[in-house]
Design a protein around this ligand. Structure first.
Ligand code: F6P
Ligand code: MN
Length: 330
């Protein structure tokens, strides 16, 4: 990773995408999402913490921030001219945008991940998976790009189009400028971020987490998937897990718009992401809200999780019944 050199690191997002040869419609799409995030961060910073369906001081109907973030993104994508289909955490089906899909992209997004952390003023984010063409129901490996925006003390945007991972920061003019390029992970880390209630861990997960602790790995869990993954990526080390649990055999996180994009970014940084048996990016979703267990971060730490699960339980306690691995999508 190179040190910030003044001229180079003042490059804004659009110029960087142009200079790195990203396809024009994809540039447009990524920049539209970046634009939408400016309205989302504004709502988070200034909005009342409304609950959907309630009124504010002035008797105006309020939207919960996740619903508002969803509307902001939906509108932007709808009018972008480069989107074929879209779906989000807030939708119960895929929304067609344009039947004329050639040269366009389909987008799956979590508009405000970790929204339950907003009222306690912790970091939240937007996660986006971008597929070429019209088909969203395909393995994450076929993404054209993946990105997230982290609304923390600073607002940052991390993306990959398959040529490394780049981080941008929002400056005082609300422009995203390049902070770090070609972010990479060490083979093995010294921090872990474990989701799920410990007394619900299966024997394999319990042994794995105990082995990390014996190694002296430090616990760092914020409860927000975006900041927790951002920590691993930008510290260059660590592992995040939200495993299969006795009471949640398919884990908690959603494949299409949470796990696939994060797995894409982590693999691009030289790390790995697994459901305990196989790479997250090879899982074929059968349902738009399908969940999967996840072990994601430094490669050796993920491989160790797979190995210990094999030893103690022959893989994740319960594979999503319908999830199957595929070589190529239809
Ligand atoms: O979207 C799900 C989410 O809020 C993630 O951001 C986070 O990683 C996870 O849930 C936290 O779950 P828990 O509250 O069980 O720790
Ligand atoms: Mn989420």
């Amino acid at each position: 990773m190179s040190e910030p050199g003044k001229t180079k690191f003042q490059v804004d997002l659009r110029r960087h995408l142009r200079e790195t040869g990203v396809e024009e419609n994809l540039i447009h799409l990524i920049c539209e999402i970046a634009e939408a995030s400016k309205y989302i961060i504004h709502s988070i910073r200034t909005g009342e913490l409304g609950v959907a369906g309630t009124s504010n001081l002035y008797g105006e109907q309020q939207l919960a921030l996740d619903v508002l973030a969803d509307r902001i993104l939906r509108k932007r994508l709808d009018h972008s001219g480069v989107v074929a289909n879209m779906m989000s955490e807030e939708m119960d089906q895929i929304i067609p945008v344009s039947p004329d899909w050639e040269g366009k992209y389909s987008v799956a997004f979590d508009p405000l991940d970790g929204s339950s952390l907003v009222d306690v003023n912790l970091a939240v984010g937007t996660i986006v998976a971008i597929f070429p063409g019209y088909n969203l129901m395909r393995p994450g490996r076929e993404q054209a790009a993946a990105m997230y925006i982290l609304y923390g003390p600073r607002t940052t945007l991390v993306y990959s189009v398959g040529d490394g991972v780049f981080e941008f920061g929002m400056n005082n003019l609300m422009e995203y400028t390049l902070l770090r390029e070609h972010i990479t992970l060490k083979p093995k880390g010294s921090l872990y971020s474990p989701g799920g209630v410990r007394n619900q861990y299966t024997p394999g997960v319990e042994s794995y987490v105990s082995s990390l602790e014996k190694r002296g790995v430090k616990l760092r869990y914020s409860g927000g998937f975006v900041p927790d993954i951002n920590q691993v990526l930008l510290k260059g080390e660590g592992i995040f897990l939200y495993p299969h649990l006795k009471n949640l055999p398919r884990g908690k996180l959603r494949l299409l718009f949470e796990l696939s994009p994060m797995a894409y970014l982590i693999e691009q940084a030289g790390g790995a992401a697994s459901d305990g048996k196989q790479p997250i990016l090879d899982l074929m979703p059968n349902d738009i809200h399908e969940r999967a267990p996840v072990f994601i971060g430094c490669k050796e730490d993920v491989l160790l999780a797979e190995k210990m699960l094999r030893t103690h339980e022959g893989g994740p306690a319960a594979q999503p019944e319908k999830t199957r691995t595929v070589k190529k999508s239809a």
